[in-house]
Design a binder for this molecule. Sequence first.
Ligand SMILES: *[C@@H]1O[C@H](CO)[C@@H](O)[C@H](O)[C@H]1NC(C)=O
Ligand SMILES: *[C@@H]1O[C@H](CO)[C@@H](O)[C@H](O)[C@H]1NC(C)=O
Ligand SMILES: *[C@@H]1O[C@H](CO)[C@@H](O)[C@H](O)[C@H]1NC(C)=O
Ligand SMILES: *[C@@H]1O[C@H](CO)[C@@H](O)[C@H](O)[C@H]1NC(C)=O
Ligand SMILES: *[C@@H]1O[C@H](CO)[C@@H](O)[C@H](O)[C@H]1NC(C)=O
Ligand SMILES: *[C@@H]1O[C@H](CO)[C@@H](O)[C@H](O)[C@H]1NC(C)=O
Ligand SMILES: *[C@@H]1O[C@H](CO)[C@@H](O)[C@H](O)[C@H]1NC(C)=O
Ligand SMILES: *[C@@H]1O[C@H](CO)[C@@H](O)[C@H](O)[C@H]1NC(C)=O
Length: 443
Amino acid sequence: MSDKPMALCLVLILSVARTAWTDVLSTADEPSFGQPISNVTIPVGRDALLVCVVDNLATYKVAWLQVNTQTILTIATHVITKNHRISVSHSDHRWHLQIRDVRESDQGEYMCQINTDPMISQVGYLKVVVPPDILDYPTSTDIIEREGNNVTLRCAATGSPAPNITWKRETSGLIPLPTGEEVVSVNGTVLNITRVNRLHMGAYLCIASNGVPPTVSKRIMLIIQFPPMITISNQLVGVQEGKDVVLECHSEAYPKSINYWTNANNTILSNDDKYESSFSDNVHMDAYKVHMKLKIRRIKLADYGSYKCISKNSLGSTDGTIKIYRTEPPTTKPTTTTTTPMPTVIIVEKKPRSRNKSTSTVSTNINEIVNVLNTSSNEKRGAQLREKPKYEEKHGRNYNSIENIRSPDKTAQSMSSSKSCAAIYLFLNYHAVVFIILINIIF
Ligand SMILES: *[C@@H]1O[C@H](CO)[C@@H](O)[C@H](O)[C@H]1NC(C)=O
Ligand SMILES: *[C@@H]1O[C@H](CO)[C@@H](O)[C@H](O)[C@H]1NC(C)=O
Ligand SMILES: *[C@@H]1O[C@H](CO)[C@@H](O)[C@H](O)[C@H]1NC(C)=O
Ligand SMILES: *[C@@H]1O[C@H](CO)[C@@H](O)[C@H](O)[C@H]1NC(C)=O
Ligand SMILES: *[C@@H]1O[C@H](CO)[C@@H](O)[C@H](O)[C@H]1NC(C)=O
Ligand SMILES: *[C@@H]1O[C@H](CO)[C@@H](O)[C@H](O)[C@H]1NC(C)=O
Ligand SMILES: *[C@@H]1O[C@H](CO)[C@@H](O)[C@H](O)[C@H]1NC(C)=O
Ligand SMILES: *[C@@H]1O[C@H](CO)[C@@H](O)[C@H](O)[C@H]1NC(C)=O
């Protein structure tokens, strides 16, 4: 009977061994997480997927919970929640929680839990982002304001994260700051413009962005009203009889002005054979500017005088006056442009000829006399006179030629003595002749 204790002993040993073995096994088989849950950022409306990697699950079960609502979403492959956008699936060690058509309320922590004792869990974060959207209210609609007033443009936008708002002008234009500085863009929900003027007129863009595409913008028109203003660069216009002339005014007004021209009798000039008025506006850039033109054909004596360009809008009316005066036709040679004081000599050119062969006559007493005396000396003198403007053109003032023109006597003196005698001879009466001749002989 010595076998029995032996057998008992073996059972005990086996039993101990088995206990030790199962202890070892149970530690090794305990479920564990293969990796942390990746945080997920997803735009609203898309599908999100959270993944829990579990090793050694054995007969334990994986559950997904929404932490902030304390809701059990799934257990193993069963969806517990009534939320039909939730589903669960697994492949090997990976347990997927899928949330379709994500909403902002879905944002938060999600827990992957295993029903061990004690239970083990890990948490992942679902971040739901929302692209920016500009609210109709209190965002400004188009603004109409009088020049000189203060204007506030507002823009409100939703989105997650909260969008930043930037203001820009649609066309290349700067935004004035209250400090007087001018900038390309301004950040903030409110854009204040103090004492607006016509240069601030135009489209402004409120742009909302938060890093989630698409960035959105709203266009707000700022319309500045002001009474008409007229500027004229040339208020005195000289024109010859028979010629055409064009008068020009620049008008600025908003609302757009009614523009027209009148004559001195305040008669509105309509387009006909005589008058042609045109009003061109700069459609895109500065809608408030108009370039007014009036063409008057074949100016007659009665056409000289004052004309008015008139601009009227709901805020007021203004006009500008342009005077047309008569000018003489220019002489065939541009001698009238001389800047030196003209002597009593008037040059009348009958035939333009080559300089050395000129036969021009100079109609003063002295020159007539000289003319009588010797045509060749007259030629010389004529040449001097006619050369004068040319010298001035080329070399500025020519002292000698000016001198000659200012004092024709000196020119006469510069002639040869015989010619002087002859000239004086004609000036004086018969009785003095002998005396003069005597003097000439003595010297
Ligand atoms: C997920 O985000 C939380 C904070 O929201 C952070 O503590 C955690 O480390 C993040 N996990 C991963 C895997 O990036
Ligand atoms: C516009 O703002 C300026 C400065 O903020 C202020 O001095 C002025 O009185 C305001 N004008 C109007 C019409 O409100
Ligand atoms: C406006 O904000 C943007 C970033 O959103 C920044 O780059 C820019 O410098 C800011 N401008 C001003 C004038 O503050
Ligand atoms: C804009 O002007 C209003 C008053 O008209 C003022 O209350 C506000 O602080 C100003 N905002 C900015 C950004 O200057
Ligand atoms: C808003 O602008 C600031 C800097 O101006 C920047 O630090 C921040 O990240 C921006 N916010 C968003 C949502 O783009
Ligand atoms: C202005 O009226 C007067 C008298 O009605 C007339 O003689 C004159 O020609 C008119 N002038 C113009 C520029 O039409
Ligand atoms: C005029 O005469 C000068 C000399 O007196 C001579 O040099 C010049 O060539 C002449 N000009 C003409 C156009 O004959
Ligand atoms: C005129 O003067 C020139 C010399 O300057 C002389 O040759 C010519 O004979 C004179 N003619 C008369 C009509 O005196």
